[in-house]
Design a protein around this ligand. Structure first.
Ligand code: S3P
Length: 172
């Protein structure tokens, strides 16, 4: 039985890595944001604008709790904020769960997120000149929660296959 949870800031590659790992080790990959979108029949930006972040975080917590309680073999990628609210970081420490923080630097995240603001409500309204400071502060605030993962993998400059191999070596 393998339960793998991938966490990290927006743009750290959680979903991409989850998919490649899934093909390699033949365990299904899930994305918490997608599960929420299917359940509510709304996109994440719609949820933020229609019900607000606080209610989104409640749905996120409940969906995560249910998933982790009910599922067995999985790779689950969490939204960037998920470990930082409603004591969700405690799930990362549960016995049997391999939690991995995909750690990227502010510089790397800036490059990756530059052209991807649109689908991300927390970044969408920022000007180009504001993004670096926003990410730096946000990452600092979230760092404590991200480091509750059992494993930390630095991802800067690494190819996805390399990162996937590092995760595989944690599973043996
Ligand atoms: C968020 C990250 C997003 C999504 C939502 C909030 C965050 O997921 O859950 O927009 O608070 O960092 P990704 O990390 O998959 O972009």
């Amino acid at each position: 039985m393998k339960k793998i949870v991938l966490i990290g800031y927006m743009g750290s590659g959680k979903s991409t890595i989850g998919k490649i790992l899934s093909e390699k080790i033949a365990i299904p990959a899930f994305d918490l944001d997608k599960i929420i979108e299917e359940k509510t029949k709304k996109t994440i930006p719609e949820l933020f604008s229609e019900i607000g972040e606080v209610r989104f975080r409640k749905i996120e917590h409940e969906t995560l709790r249910k998933f982790i309680t009910e599922k067995d073999d999985y790779i689950l990628s969490l939204g960037g904020g998920a470990p930082c609210y409603a004591n969700n970081h405690e799930f990362l420490q549960l016995e049997g769960i391999v939690s991995v923080y995909l750690k990227a630097s502010v510089k790397e995240l800036m490059q990756r997120l530059e052209n991807e603001k649109a689908g991300r409500p927390l970044l969408a309204s920022l000007k180009e000149t504001e993004i670096e400071e926003f990410i730096a502060k946000h990452l600092f605030d979230r760092s404590y929660f991200y480091h509750q993962a059992k494993h930390v993998i630095a991802v800067d400059g690494k190819k996805p296959d390399h990162i996937v191999s590092e995760i595989e070596s944690l599973l043996t």
